[in-house]
Design a protein around this ligand. Structure first.
Ligand SMILES: Cc1cc2nc3c(=O)[nH]c(=O)nc-3n(C[C@H](O)[C@H](O)[C@H](O)COP(=O)(O)O)c2cc1C
Length: 361
């Protein structure tokens, strides 16, 4: 049961390894996923053009070492950042005061925390990635300007945009995208809702897929809480062309998630995940910890992405000191099912489980 999307992208299985900005999606991971016949993704949202060139060159070398066809498909992912609004001094001071005692745990002085207002330029980022011919460019958190979609199409690549509701899915279609990434409320990492201040339907992935396949014509990639082959089969039967999985790849050998992150997934697996704005200023799902609890009121949290830059040094110091209580442990609602193996083994197991479930259905 090959999907339309699988054929378009030349994939042997309907699985996308989710883009995960900030380190997890290494060239070795993306190449391993491609070698196993799935679509690997780079999370390049925070990367400068130079960093993108370096990642892509490493990926090409990785493909050459494995004698993988360098034209094998892969996905380059970016954020549609909102316009940055400089916080007023009183708000900034309030945010820093809130971080003061938490920062001390990892020897970071909140007053020294920097808030960055300069963002990477999306056109420059995408131009850098297009030089290495990804098969797909996906964007998260909104709809990019028309000229960005035209730029990607002119390079012969497909465009995938995230949607968390039917309304967003219809807007993705209208914008001229080729695929919709349907992100359910279960998903780990940043919630793709276009306007985080608007009311949120909070649809689970199964309900969202059902609505999108009924009303939209584009192939749908289901995402959020998918951890095994039975989950994949269920969503394929519901009409999704493929699935995008993040948390399932966080613990594979080739993933760049740091040891403390992996240990946290293993050690504090009794904790639930929660949506929080505390780390970045935008809702994102992670494993509940001291930081999430301390910032739960959002009263002293700055807007995205300023809050993200403000907490960056604290998060980095916490990772360096193995203090997972202050790290953003992004993970989906079903992260406890994570497996510790290679990407190839995970993908083999997922496909086997999916086929068994499809046969039974
Ligand atoms: C650690 C982590 C980082 C993520 N970073 C990104 C990102 O950079 N871009 C993006 O489009 N989605 C990102 N996501 C969301 C994924 O694309 C996907 O929606 C999510 O992983 C699905 O839920 P799951 O983790 O339960 O599989 C991230 C998810 C995680 C867990």
């Amino acid at each position: 049961m090959n999907s339309n999307l699988q054929e378009k992208l030349g994939l042997q299985c309907p699985i996308v390894q989710a883009p995960m900005a900030g380190g997890p999606t290494t060239p070795r991971l993306v190449a391993s996923v491609a070698a196993a016949g799935a679509l690997g993704s780079f999370g390049l949202a925070y990367s400068t053009p130079e960093q993108i060139h370096s990642q892509c060159r490493d990926f090409q070398n990785e493909c050459a070492d494995r004698r993988l066809n360098p034209d094998c498909g892969w996905n380059a992912n970016f954020f549609v950042f909102p316009e940055v609004v400089e916080p007023d001094l009183e708000r900034l001071d309030r945010a820093k005061k809130q971080l003061e005692s938490l920062g001390r745990r990892v020897a970071i002085d909140a007053q020294a925390m920097q808030h960055e207002t300069q963002l990477p330029d999306l056109r420059e980022q995408i131009t850098a990635a297009l030089a290495y011919q990804p098969s797909v460019v996906s964007l998260h958190l909104g709809i990019p300007p028309d000229e960005i979609i035209a730029l990607i199409h002119a390079a012969g690549c497909y465009v995938a945009l995230s949607a968390t509701s039917l309304d967003e899915g219809l807007r993705v279609q209208e914008a001229g995208a080729d695929f919709i990434v349907a992100q359910g409320i279960e998903a780990g990492g940043h919630r793709g809702i276009f306007d985080p201040d608007a009311s949120d339907d909070k649809l689970g992935v199964a309900d969202l897929v059902a609505q999108l396949v009924t009303r939209c014509d584009l192939p749908v990639i289901a995402s959020g809480g998918i951890m095994n082959g039975a989950d994949i089969a269920k969503l394929r039967i519901a009409g999704a062309d493929a699935v995008q999985m993040g948390s399932a790849f966080l613990t594979v050998d080739e993933c760049g998630s740091c040891d403390t992150y992996r240990a946290a997934i293993d050690k504090i697996g009794d904790r639930d995940t929660q949506l929080t704005c505390g780390f970045s200023g935008r809702p994102a799902r992670g494993i509940r910890n001291l930081f999430i609890d301390a910032t739960v009121s959002n009263e002293a949290v700055l807007k995205f992405p300023i809050q993200n830059s403000l907490t960056a040094s604290m998060r980095k110091a916490a990772a360096g000191m193995d203090d997972f209580e202050l790290m953003s442990l992004w993970a989906g609602a079903n992260y406890r099912q994570a497996r510790y193996c290679s990407a190839a083994q995970l993908l083999r197991e997922l496909q086997k489980e999916m086929l068994v479930a499809l046969e039974k259905a």
